[in-house]
Write a protein that binds this ligand. Structure first.
Ligand code: SME
Length: 157
């Protein structure tokens, strides 16, 4: 399957889950994260942090391991940087980045996509990859789309 087709079919799957009446919101998010990790092998750990005051709080994740960073102050880490500057952070080699906060020794690159609601940042999608240089502008586009779909649940999270 071409990568474009994979994006389109995955977005459709995600939309179906978000719009379904069969799960509560937490289960919907968990399912979305599971699908993303299953469909894209380089997405080794994927989590959603929500902004609560001056902290990011882990809402849900899919991955082999738990992170010790369940709460990240806004002045810490790549996650804090993305939230402070309200922008995508795409780091091809985390070992070279002074802001990086390590969760897993295997992680080589990281992508953080803000979740916006009516122009305000309300959280972010954080993806760790065990591959160097894992993420390109297609991943940025795709995960931004995912963020715009899951934000529909935000009032009810
Ligand atoms: N690496 C992140 C912390 C979150 S973990 O990757 C799950 C950071 O630098 O903020």
């Amino acid at each position: 399957m071409s990568i474009k087709r994979k994006y389109v079919t995955t977005l459709r799957e995600i939309e179906n889950i978000i719009n379904s009446n069969n799960f509560d919101n937490k289960s919907k998010i968990k399912e979305v994260l599971k699908i993303l990790r299953k469909n894209f092998a380089k997405y080794n750990w994927i989590g959603i942090y929500l902004l609560q005051g001056d902290k990011l709080v882990l809402y849900e994740y899919d991955g082999d391991k738990e992170t010790q960073h369940k709460i990240i102050p806004l002045d810490k880490g790549l996650c804090g940087l993305a939230a402070r500057e309200k922008r995508i952070v795409n780091v091809s080699d985390v070992s070279l980045n002074p802001f990086y906060l390590e969760c897993f020794p295997e992680t080589k690159s990281e992508l953080i996509i803000p979740i916006f609601k009516n122009g305000d940042i309300i959280g972010e999608i954080d993806i760790d990859s065990y591959k160097l240089n894992a993420f390109d502008s297609n991943d940025e586009w795709f995960i931004t789309k995912v963020a715009s779909i899951i934000v529909k649940l935000y009032n009810f999270i």
